[in-house]
Ligand binder design. Structure first.
Ligand code: SAH
Length: 399
């Protein structure tokens, strides 16, 4: 990797999304509603439509006076995202969707069905400024931050699609992971706004359990400490990928600012503040970070900070297009896990859902910014319902 994107902490252009009902707190919602000439209690009805019925369509809001419905919807629910298309994989249990935001910027989200739950992987930034060389989004650079409502809309639309059977049967969306495009803690304000809407009980939010919401970070220490102080015990994941600074400086460039030890100390403080066991993410890259001695070093560093506070999720690298790196050998992966466990660290290999539609971890990148890969199943294409599922025999064309 000679030409690598540089670390970018600030988004280069504002491109701010229009203010949306989902961006507002209770007082702002009441103000907005009275500003439209309606009594304040209507705000609660709107919240119920949005967070519980998952709708922004004035036709559905039959408890509002017919005369003002359209005006209310236009003012408070400006369209923030349009589905460009969706792809299915894993026998229909994984669906990746590509969305166009109000300014044409495109982002992706991935919905996954598991036996006991449905999980949505959300995007918090268009692109990413963290420049990790093995990550597809990291190669794009940062375009802009998403607003809270742009994140919340991904969740509403996925919850609705899931409820309506896009995963093959009707499923309630139960888990949200901030493992899509972007570094969530570099867009703190919008992300915490979205997290609050995820966990607030109906009608003020989707009522998800905080433990079922995971915020994944490269290890922005100030952001981790700030999150720990919110009193919302979401699960924290730290993308470590190397236990030593020499290698991590390359794999996760923010390590030049906060070292492995500082990231792990912050992760431990997060556990102490919330009681929530922290996940350490570790993409196993063949002959790069998968050595036995690195497993031992990681085990030692984690065990030195206490027991029961952390677990490790190794994941085989999903090679990104053009990458010279590949996933570790299965035997090497097994040995890595064995060594971590020998240090008393609970360790589970994470699955790589949707890799055939580039929906797997670290593979979210806008298709027109890179060459196409293999065939995939196209679910929807600007409009037709999922009944129109068609097998794509050639790579999908960009619209
Ligand atoms: N910026 C955040 C969240 C987005 S990435 C973070 O870094 O945590 C979500 C996870 O996918 C991170 O653990 C990231 O390191 C990992 N990842 C990125 N590229 C990957 C790849 N090619 N193979 C496997 N995991 C990858």
């Amino acid at each position: 990797m000679t030409e690598r994107p540089l670390l970018q902490m600030a988004a280069p252009r504002p491109g701010k999304a229009p203010l949306h009902f989902a961006d507002m707190d209770d007082a702002q919602r009441a103000d907005a509603v009275t500003g439209l000439g309606l009594p304040a209690f209507r705000a609660k009805q709107l919240a119920t439509h949005y967070f519980s019925h998952l709708t922004t369509d004035p036709e559905d809001m039959t408890d509002l006076p017919a005369a003002g419905r359209d005006a209310v919807a236009t003012a408070l629910f400006p369209p923030l995202m349009t589905e460009v298309r969706s792809f299915a994989a894993d026998g229909g249990e994984t669906v990746k969707s590509l969305w166009a935001l109000h300014d044409g910027v495109k982002v992706e989200s991935v919905l996954m069905k598991y036996p006991e739950r449905a999980t949505l992987c959300v995007t918090s930034q268009a692109g990413c400024g963290m420049a990790c060389p093995f990550c597809a989004t990291g190669q794009m650079g940062l375009t802009r931050n998403l607003s809270a409502a742009e994140i919340i809309e991904q969740v509403r639309l996925a919850a609705k699609a899931s409820r309506d059977g896009i995963l093959g049967e009707q499923v309630r969306l139960s888990n949200v992971v901030f493992m899509g495009m972007g570094e969530p803690l570099a867009n703190y304000r919008a992300v915490i706004g979205a997290v609050k809407a995820l966990v607030a009980p109906a009608p003020r939010g989707f009522g998800l359990s905080a433990r079922h919401v995971t915020v994944s970070t490269v290890g922005l220490v100030t952001g981790i400490d700030r999150l720990a102080g919110e009193g919302i015990p979401v699960t924290l994941a730290v993308s470590l990928h190397a236990p030593d600074d020499e290698l991590r400086d390359d794999l996760v460039p923010i390590n030049t600012r906060w070292k492995v030890g500082e990231a792990l100390d912050a992760a431990k403080r997060y556990f102490d503040a919330t009681g929530r066991r922290v996940s350490i993410e570790y993409a196993l890259i063949r002959d790069i970070n998968d050595h036995g001695w690195r497993a031992d070093l990681l085990g030692e560093k984690l065990a030195a900070r206490g027991t029961g506070w952390v677990h490790v999720n190794p994941i085989p690298l999903n090679p990104t297009p053009g990458s010279k790196w590949t996933a570790s050998d299965p035997a090497v992966e097994k040995e890595f896990v064995r060594r971590l466990r020998a240090h008393g660290i609970p360790t589970t290999i994470r699955d790589t859902r949707g890799s055939d539609i580039d929906g797997a971890c670290g593979q979210l990148a806008i298709e027109d910014q890179r060459r196409e890969t293999g065939p995939s199943v196209r679910l929807r294409d600007q409009g037709p319902g999922i009944g129109d599922t068609a097998i794509q025999t050639r790579p999908a064309k960009e619209i």
